[in-house]
Design a protein around this ligand. Structure first.
Ligand code: SF4
Length: 230
Protein backbone atom coordinates (compact mmCIF):
# COMPACT_ATOMS: atom_id res chain seq x y z
CA UNK A 1 0.00 0.00 0.00
CA UNK A 2 1.26 3.47 -0.86
CA UNK A 3 1.61 5.50 2.35
CA UNK A 4 0.18 9.00 2.55
CA UNK A 5 2.27 11.75 3.99
CA UNK A 6 0.11 13.24 6.72
CA UNK A 7 2.06 16.50 6.63
CA UNK A 8 0.88 16.99 3.07
CA UNK A 9 -2.67 17.32 4.34
CA UNK A 10 -2.08 19.83 7.07
CA UNK A 11 -3.28 23.24 5.96
CA UNK A 12 -1.50 26.54 6.53
CA UNK A 13 -3.22 27.09 9.87
CA UNK A 14 -2.43 23.59 11.00
CA UNK A 15 -5.89 22.40 9.94
CA UNK A 16 -5.78 18.69 9.27
CA UNK A 17 -8.02 18.89 6.24
CA UNK A 18 -7.46 15.31 5.08
CA UNK A 19 -9.23 14.12 8.22
CA UNK A 20 -11.89 16.72 7.64
CA UNK A 21 -12.37 15.54 4.05
CA UNK A 22 -12.84 11.95 5.23
CA UNK A 23 -15.15 13.08 8.02
CA UNK A 24 -17.22 15.20 5.65
CA UNK A 25 -17.74 12.30 3.25
CA UNK A 26 -18.71 9.97 6.08
CA UNK A 27 -21.01 12.57 7.60
CA UNK A 28 -22.90 12.78 4.32
CA UNK A 29 -23.37 9.04 4.48
CA UNK A 30 -23.97 8.39 8.18
CA UNK A 31 -24.81 11.80 9.65
CA UNK A 32 -26.16 13.83 11.21
CA UNK A 33 -24.18 12.56 14.15
CA UNK A 34 -25.95 11.95 17.45
CA UNK A 35 -23.91 10.98 20.54
CA UNK A 36 -24.98 7.71 22.19
CA UNK A 37 -27.10 7.93 25.32
CA UNK A 38 -24.73 8.57 28.14
CA UNK A 39 -24.02 5.94 30.80
CA UNK A 40 -22.33 6.86 34.05
CA UNK A 41 -18.58 6.18 34.01
CA UNK A 42 -18.66 2.96 36.05
CA UNK A 43 -21.42 1.42 33.96
CA UNK A 44 -19.63 2.43 30.74
CA UNK A 45 -16.43 0.85 32.04
CA UNK A 46 -18.13 -2.44 32.89
CA UNK A 47 -20.05 -2.49 29.58
CA UNK A 48 -16.81 -1.87 27.69
CA UNK A 49 -14.99 -4.65 29.52
CA UNK A 50 -17.90 -6.92 28.60
CA UNK A 51 -17.64 -5.83 24.96
CA UNK A 52 -14.10 -7.12 24.59
CA UNK A 53 -13.85 -9.85 21.94
CA UNK A 54 -17.57 -10.06 21.34
CA UNK A 55 -20.31 -8.29 19.39
CA UNK A 56 -22.77 -5.69 20.64
CA UNK A 57 -25.65 -8.16 20.93
CA UNK A 58 -23.77 -10.57 23.19
CA UNK A 59 -22.26 -7.71 25.18
CA UNK A 60 -25.77 -6.42 25.90
CA UNK A 61 -27.02 -9.88 26.78
CA UNK A 62 -24.12 -10.35 29.18
CA UNK A 63 -24.71 -6.95 30.77
CA UNK A 64 -28.45 -7.53 31.15
CA UNK A 65 -27.85 -10.96 32.69
CA UNK A 66 -25.37 -9.42 35.11
CA UNK A 67 -27.83 -6.73 36.18
CA UNK A 68 -30.68 -9.26 36.46
CA UNK A 69 -28.65 -11.48 38.78
CA UNK A 70 -26.92 -8.65 40.64
CA UNK A 71 -29.00 -5.48 40.60
CA UNK A 72 -26.39 -3.33 42.36
CA UNK A 73 -22.60 -3.09 42.04
CA UNK A 74 -22.38 -3.99 45.75
CA UNK A 75 -24.14 -7.25 44.87
CA UNK A 76 -21.45 -7.94 42.26
CA UNK A 77 -18.67 -7.31 44.76
CA UNK A 78 -20.23 -9.72 47.25
CA UNK A 79 -20.89 -12.45 44.67
CA UNK A 80 -18.53 -15.38 44.10
CA UNK A 81 -16.58 -14.97 40.84
CA UNK A 82 -18.10 -18.22 39.55
CA UNK A 83 -21.62 -16.75 39.80
CA UNK A 84 -20.56 -13.61 37.95
CA UNK A 85 -18.90 -15.79 35.35
CA UNK A 86 -22.13 -17.77 34.85
CA UNK A 87 -24.12 -14.55 34.45
CA UNK A 88 -21.89 -13.10 31.73
CA UNK A 89 -20.93 -16.31 29.94
CA UNK A 90 -22.77 -15.34 26.74
CA UNK A 91 -20.28 -12.49 26.21
CA UNK A 92 -17.25 -14.80 26.04
CA UNK A 93 -14.00 -14.75 28.05
CA UNK A 94 -16.27 -14.98 31.08
CA UNK A 95 -13.60 -16.27 33.46
CA UNK A 96 -11.25 -13.34 32.92
CA UNK A 97 -13.99 -10.73 32.62
CA UNK A 98 -15.73 -11.83 35.82
CA UNK A 99 -12.51 -11.57 37.82
CA UNK A 100 -11.71 -8.20 36.27
CA UNK A 101 -15.19 -6.77 36.86
CA UNK A 102 -15.21 -7.77 40.50
CA UNK A 103 -11.70 -6.40 41.04
CA UNK A 104 -12.51 -3.11 39.26
CA UNK A 105 -15.66 -2.54 41.30
CA UNK A 106 -13.92 -3.40 44.57
CA UNK A 107 -11.09 -1.00 43.78
CA UNK A 108 -13.45 1.84 42.89
CA UNK A 109 -15.50 1.33 46.06
CA UNK A 110 -12.44 1.19 48.27
CA UNK A 111 -10.93 4.30 46.69
CA UNK A 112 -13.97 6.55 46.55
CA UNK A 113 -16.43 4.96 48.99
CA UNK A 114 -18.97 4.74 46.17
CA UNK A 115 -19.21 3.68 42.55
CA UNK A 116 -17.96 6.65 40.58
CA UNK A 117 -15.17 7.52 38.18
CA UNK A 118 -15.82 11.26 38.40
CA UNK A 119 -12.60 11.98 40.36
CA UNK A 120 -10.59 10.31 37.59
CA UNK A 121 -12.50 12.13 34.86
CA UNK A 122 -11.53 15.44 36.47
CA UNK A 123 -7.83 14.75 35.94
CA UNK A 124 -6.08 16.07 32.83
CA UNK A 125 -7.02 13.76 29.95
CA UNK A 126 -3.72 11.86 29.69
CA UNK A 127 -3.60 11.29 33.42
CA UNK A 128 -7.20 10.12 33.44
CA UNK A 129 -6.54 7.64 30.64
CA UNK A 130 -3.44 6.30 32.36
CA UNK A 131 -5.26 6.02 35.66
CA UNK A 132 -8.07 4.03 34.06
CA UNK A 133 -5.61 1.64 32.41
CA UNK A 134 -4.38 0.64 35.87
CA UNK A 135 -7.60 -1.31 36.40
CA UNK A 136 -7.44 -4.97 35.37
CA UNK A 137 -8.49 -5.69 31.76
CA UNK A 138 -8.63 -1.98 30.97
CA UNK A 139 -6.48 -0.98 28.02
CA UNK A 140 -6.33 2.34 26.22
CA UNK A 141 -9.37 1.57 24.04
CA UNK A 142 -11.57 0.85 27.05
CA UNK A 143 -10.26 3.89 28.91
CA UNK A 144 -10.90 6.08 25.85
CA UNK A 145 -14.48 4.76 25.53
CA UNK A 146 -15.23 5.78 29.11
CA UNK A 147 -13.75 9.24 28.66
CA UNK A 148 -15.50 10.02 25.39
CA UNK A 149 -18.88 8.32 25.89
CA UNK A 150 -19.49 9.12 29.56
CA UNK A 151 -17.55 12.35 29.98
CA UNK A 152 -17.54 13.82 26.46
CA UNK A 153 -13.75 14.23 26.42
CA UNK A 154 -11.99 14.66 23.08
CA UNK A 155 -10.54 11.21 22.69
CA UNK A 156 -10.78 8.64 19.94
CA UNK A 157 -10.96 4.97 20.94
CA UNK A 158 -9.16 2.63 18.54
CA UNK A 159 -11.07 -0.59 18.05
CA UNK A 160 -10.47 -3.10 15.29
CA UNK A 161 -12.37 -1.04 12.66
CA UNK A 162 -10.69 2.25 13.51
CA UNK A 163 -7.34 0.47 13.45
CA UNK A 164 -7.95 -1.13 10.05
CA UNK A 165 -9.39 1.97 8.37
CA UNK A 166 -6.65 4.24 9.70
CA UNK A 167 -4.07 1.96 8.13
CA UNK A 168 -5.92 1.56 4.83
CA UNK A 169 -6.56 5.28 4.55
CA UNK A 170 -2.85 5.90 5.03
CA UNK A 171 -3.30 7.82 8.28
CA UNK A 172 -0.76 5.48 9.86
CA UNK A 173 1.62 2.84 8.57
CA UNK A 174 0.55 -0.72 7.78
CA UNK A 175 2.41 -2.00 10.82
CA UNK A 176 1.14 0.56 13.33
CA UNK A 177 -0.10 -0.98 16.56
CA UNK A 178 -3.43 0.16 18.07
CA UNK A 179 -1.49 2.33 20.55
CA UNK A 180 0.44 3.97 17.71
CA UNK A 181 -2.76 4.55 15.74
CA UNK A 182 -4.26 6.08 18.88
CA UNK A 183 -1.36 8.54 19.22
CA UNK A 184 -1.58 9.58 15.57
CA UNK A 185 -5.35 10.01 15.57
CA UNK A 186 -5.26 11.98 18.80
CA UNK A 187 -2.80 14.35 17.16
CA UNK A 188 -4.30 14.80 13.72
CA UNK A 189 -8.04 14.71 14.47
CA UNK A 190 -9.59 18.00 15.58
CA UNK A 191 -11.06 17.66 19.07
CA UNK A 192 -14.58 18.47 17.96
CA UNK A 193 -14.49 15.61 15.44
CA UNK A 194 -12.97 12.88 17.58
CA UNK A 195 -16.17 11.31 18.90
CA UNK A 196 -18.02 11.25 15.62
CA UNK A 197 -14.95 10.28 13.58
CA UNK A 198 -14.60 7.20 15.80
CA UNK A 199 -18.27 6.32 15.30
CA UNK A 200 -18.18 6.94 11.53
CA UNK A 201 -15.06 4.81 11.03
CA UNK A 202 -16.73 1.94 12.87
CA UNK A 203 -19.87 2.26 10.77
CA UNK A 204 -17.87 2.40 7.59
CA UNK A 205 -15.72 -0.54 8.66
CA UNK A 206 -18.81 -2.64 9.30
CA UNK A 207 -20.67 -1.65 6.14
CA UNK A 208 -18.04 -1.05 3.45
CA UNK A 209 -14.39 -1.30 4.45
CA UNK A 210 -14.74 -4.83 5.77
CA UNK A 211 -11.81 -6.75 7.09
CA UNK A 212 -11.73 -9.53 4.49
CA UNK A 213 -13.27 -7.87 1.44
CA UNK A 214 -13.38 -4.08 1.35
CA UNK A 215 -16.05 -2.86 -1.06
CA UNK A 216 -13.87 -0.20 -2.68
CA UNK A 217 -16.03 0.38 -5.78
CA UNK A 218 -18.95 1.30 -3.46
CA UNK A 219 -16.82 3.42 -1.13
CA UNK A 220 -17.37 7.13 -0.75
CA UNK A 221 -13.73 7.48 0.30
CA UNK A 222 -12.19 5.74 -2.70
CA UNK A 223 -10.94 9.03 -4.24
CA UNK A 224 -9.08 9.77 -1.00
CA UNK A 225 -7.87 6.30 -0.17
CA UNK A 226 -4.42 5.00 -1.12
CA UNK A 227 -5.61 1.39 -0.67
CA UNK A 228 -8.62 1.67 -3.00
CA UNK A 229 -8.93 -1.29 -5.32
CA UNK A 230 -11.31 -0.21 -8.04
S1 SF4 B 1 -11.51 2.65 -0.75
FE1 SF4 B 1 -11.52 0.51 -0.08
S2 SF4 B 1 -9.81 0.30 1.34
FE2 SF4 B 1 -10.21 2.51 1.08
S3 SF4 B 1 -11.62 3.01 2.77
FE3 SF4 B 1 -12.88 2.53 1.01
S4 SF4 B 1 -13.35 0.33 1.20
FE4 SF4 B 1 -11.62 0.78 2.56
Amino acid sequence: MKQQNIEKYVGPNGTPYFIQSIDRQLDKLYGPFKPFSKLDGVTELIVTVLSQNTNDVNRDRAFNNLKDKFPTWDDVIKAPVKKIEDAIRVGGLAHNKSKAIKAILKEIKSRYGKFTLDPIAKLPLNEALNELTRFPSVGMKTAACVMVFSYGKPVIPVDTHVHRLSRRLGLTTEKSTPDQVFSVLMEITPDELKYRFHVYLIRHGRAICKSQKPRCPDCTLSHLCPSAEL
